[in-house]
Design a protein around this ligand. Structure first.
Ligand SMILES: [Zn+2]
Length: 149
């Protein structure tokens, strides 16, 4: 299948590779902070340097770009195919790393909230109902409240 990315999408995805302080990360951090949650970021002494760590809640928030982490059945994720082997192998190693990180975190007793950056936060939109719902859900999960989807 052909590479369906247009130039703009591709350069956006490329900009997300390094994955530090990305727009989606900042959106989540800003929201948590505004709601009184305190956290540490890119915590070096935990496996995989998790994006956001809330020790008080024994919770790690892992923000994953849909494309690079191959979100399943997602229009930004594994539904986007690429003809580039380099990109494909990069995506595969991201999946492997995610599995390993997840196992270590769970083994250490951390609760993990995964946030899919592109479809759940819609970072390129000024306003997004989906983003609002995602952010509220994170807070509900932190507080241990049951949420209905
Ligand atoms: Zn997604």
């Amino acid at each position: 299948m052909a590479d369906v990315h247009n130039k703009q999408t591709r350069s956006y995805n490329m900009s997300q590779i390094k994955g530090k302080n990305t727009k989606p990360e900042l959106m989540v951090r800003k929201f948590l902070y505004a709601n009184g949650f305190r956290y540490r970021i890119h915590v070096k002494n935990l496996p995989g340097k998790p994006d956001i760590v809330l020790r008080k809640y024994r919770t790690i928030i892992d923000i994953r770009g849909c494309f690079w982490h191959s979100h399943s059945n997602c229009r930004f994720g594994d539904n986007v195919s690429t003809s580039s082997e380099k990109i494909t192998s990069r995506r595969h190693s991201a999946i492997e790393r995610d599995i390993i990180k997840m196992k270590k975190w769970k083994a250490d007793g951390w609760k993990v909230i995964i946030v899919w950056a592109d479809c759940q936060l819609e970072p390129r939109r000024k306003k997004s109902k989906v983003r609002e719902r995602t952010l509220l859900k994170i807070i509900n999960e932190l507080k241990g409240e049951n949420t209905c989807n």
